[in-house]
Ligand binder design. Sequence first.
Ligand code: PLP
Length: 401
Amino acid sequence: MHHFDPSKEIMDHLVFGEYGGVNPSITDSSTYTFLSPEKMKELFEHEIEGCFLYSRHWNPTNKNLADALARLEDTEAAIVTSSGMAAIASAILQICSTGDEIISSRTIYGGTYALFKNFLPKLGINTKFVSINDFDAIRNNITDKTKIIYTEAVSNPLLEVADLPRLSEIANENNLKLIVDNTFSPISITPVHHGAHVVIHSLTKFINGTSDCVAGCVCSSKEFISELTDINSGASMLLGPVLDSFRAASILKNLHTLHIRIAKHSTNAMYVAEQTEKLGIKVYYPGLPSHSGHKLMNDLMNEGFGYGGMLAVDAVDEQTADKLMEKMQREKVGYLAVSLGYFKTLFSSPGHSTSSEIPKEEQKAMGLSEGLVRISIGLDNDIKETFGRIEKCYSEVGLIK
Ligand SMILES: *Cc1c(COP(=O)(O)O)cnc(C)c1O
């Protein structure tokens, strides 16, 4: 357990708005005036603190959000992007050239899997997928072309916990970058404290928390963030996945309640996981001693935010899973929808939605059951009452007698 409180880091560095507004002002401009041509020339040569050129490069509102995210992740710097996928694609393309290789966890977000498996080979960048805590497999797959070890801190959808200290050791021994997608465990795990070099989030999920926009970020060293935003060679600058400043402003406000929301999501998810397990139904939740990543999560997590809001229930087969989700929607437990981190419970069947990019044989190899239902638990005030309705659904679909 780590004694680090990211919420304090964020709260201690608030930026005032114009006229002393308690929230920073929103910059509603794509371009910025210069007092002299010399100053403009200088900015094209190197960054000048507090000086802005064009909003695809940097925007003051996006900078405020990026700085807050760097504090959340305890990194030197960060950038925000128009989606989580844009953050992943930019980071990978900044590091890899044609011929380079990635070693990736096989249990990753379906979109990331499809990017690595189907898209990057078009650029001559190939990925070897491994079971992420199989360190021998990782070592055996490293070649002189390998540039990256890629993993999610807590994986989608089985909530496997990556052994970040061990992965970091392997990465450092071989001069590789360890990239960690921390979307499932914001605030509860701080990957750089365990040796990650680059941390990525889909802000779309828990960090924003209101399912009203798509956004992402990359948190890393000053050096790497400067590379990404370099006017002549930066992936985020040149591929152009810029976040709108109005969205950045609203995400920043939501970020300030993240610690309260994650703690509540965690309490609720823990209750549902424990009760579901007691009924004899297979459930994956890192807070349960029965989960393969429980001990590791205890070692890695920051104190006070719990084990997160995601869990997966094995409804055995596809038909039962479908019936369960329909019933839970009818009982107003939540919505049948992809995505996560919303204040209301969301559920979907990964094998046929968010992980459908992964071939069936590989889904099987990674232990992804046909009947798996991934649940993002909401902020219900009375989770016992909600669970009463979930239990009724379990019973009606025949998961319990
Ligand atoms: C949603 C998600 C992404 C992709 O983020 P977008 O904001 O949808 O582009 C990447 N990784 C994980 C773990 C996700 O859940």
